[in-house]
Write a protein that binds this ligand. Structure first.
Ligand code: SF4
Length: 403
């Protein structure tokens, strides 16, 4: 066992919420180092399970997370993807990113996007302003999806959200509206004195098509209390998604990794998502999101970006454990295009989208472009040896480039 491995053998999900966030070198998952090619043999029993089509368990997940043989993980994940019916197709969607407000009451410690109402740069757009903006953008780009999330502003009411959905839907009935995280849905239920089901029914009837996966962070109580103490309990995240699935609203799921969480907490997070998917089948895709420390308190404490090897490991382990979620996204806006190309060989089959404007990861220091044209995404996917397929939000094929 290498020195790096020896720091990671605590397999319990810690419950001590009083501890301050540890520095990466203290043995948290974010202290991952560059791949070391060794002990492939330790993955042999997992390979046998993958080949036999057997489900991997908690112990397997921990073993995968603790492995520094990143190339072997990638090969195993790609094998699992293919054995479950995956082929060379790689999806992307043409989408517009909007944020309705950056005013937020929650104050997550990892967030560089939120402000208070009185701070400089605070904004809350009306439904009319959002429609006007979207229509203007549509003249420049033929997006098929609007992805919109924002802060949990205490200065709006539930009708504000209903108006946004209904006016966007009315103005662009052919555009899929993927709006609002589970945290925002929970916030709306508080604003309106409604249940999650009542909120979701009303938004669905106004034109909501699906939910993005944000707000999940890492589900473990310990992590939650350290990085997002003001955020609602993860049970609410699950209740919103379970309720949405029951109402025929598909959703996405995420994990924000690379801060204070341990490998055990990562695996626990993934297995909780898998359990809900077993129950409802309503998740379209899983998107691992690497933590960007710039402009957050973590930057002052010395946090760095996750290592590329850790990003690839997350993609691979997600693919291996989430055997019932069909799509794993390599979010290029966070990873950059070269690493995204490699991720396509580590189990990812989706590169997200053309993404016109993205503010949240860029507020936290993402250096990537905020937009890629279709031609560029097609080139990137082709260069990775895969077939680019433009999709709609529900993974219906719109166009393919296999000539
Ligand atoms: S991550 Fe979301 S909920 Fe947390 S402070 Fe930022 S905008 Fe608010």
């Amino acid at each position: 066992m290498s020195q790096v491995d020896s720091k990671r053998v605590d397999r319990s999900v810690p419950t001590d919420a009083r501890a301050e966030p540890a520095r990466p070198e203290d043995g948290t998952a974010s202290g991952a180092s560059v791949a070391i090619l060794d002990h492939t043999a330790t993955l042999e029993s997992i390979r046998e399970k993958v080949v036999a089509g057997e489900r991997l368990d908690l112990e397997d997940g921990l073993q995968l997370m603790e492995s520094d043989d990143v190339l072997a993980l990638g090969e195993l994940a790609d094998l699992a993807r293919r054995r479950r019916g995956g082929n060379d197709e790689v999806y992307f969607v043409q989408n517009l990113y909007l944020n309705q407000t950056n005013v937020c009451r929650v104050k997550c410690k990892f967030c560089a996007f939120a402000v208070t109402q009185k701070q400089e740069g605070a904004y809350t757009y009306t439904a009319e302003e959002l429609v006007e903006d979207a229509l203007r953008q549509r003249e420049l780009s033929g997006f098929t999806e609007i992805h919109m999330v924002g802060g949990e502003s205490p200065h709006v009411d539930f009708d504000y959200y209903v108006q946004i959905v209904s006016q966007l839907h009315e103005a662009m009935p052919d555009v899929h509206l993927k709006l609002f995280t589970a945290s925002e849905i929970h916030h709306m239920s508080k604003l309106g004195g409604l249940t999650h089901e009542q909120v979701l029914r009303e938004l669905r009837d106004a034109g909501l098509g699906s939910l993005p996966g944000g707000g999940a962070e890492v589900f473990a109580d310990r992590v939650r209390r350290l990085v997002a103490p003001g955020k609602e309990h993860p049970d609410n995240w699950f209740d919103v998604h379970r309720t949405a699935h029951g109402l025929g609203i598909p959703t996405h799921c995420t994990m924000l990794y690379g801060h204070v969480e341990t490998y055990a907490e990562r695996v626990d997070h993934l297995l909780r998502l898998r359990a809900l998917q077993d129950e409802t089948g309503g998740f379209l895709a899983f998107i691992p999101l690497a933590f960007h420390p710039e402009n957050t308190v973590f930057e002052q404490r010395g946090w760095k970006h996750t290592a590329a090897s850790d990003d690839l490991k997350l993609i691979a382990v997600s693919r291996l454990l989430l055997d019932n979620i069909p799509n794993i996204k390599a979010y290029w806006i966070m990873m950059g295009l070269p690493l995204t190309q490699i991720a396509l060989h580590f189990g990812a089959n989706d590169v997200q989208g053309t993404v016109v404007r993205e503010e949240i990861f860029h507020a936290a220091g993402a250096q990537t472009e905020t937009e890629q044209k279709i031609d560029e995404l097609v080139r990137v996917v082709r260069e990775a040896g895969r077939i680019p397929v433009q999709r709609d939000t529900l993974y219906n094929e719109l166009r393919r480039w296999d000539d």
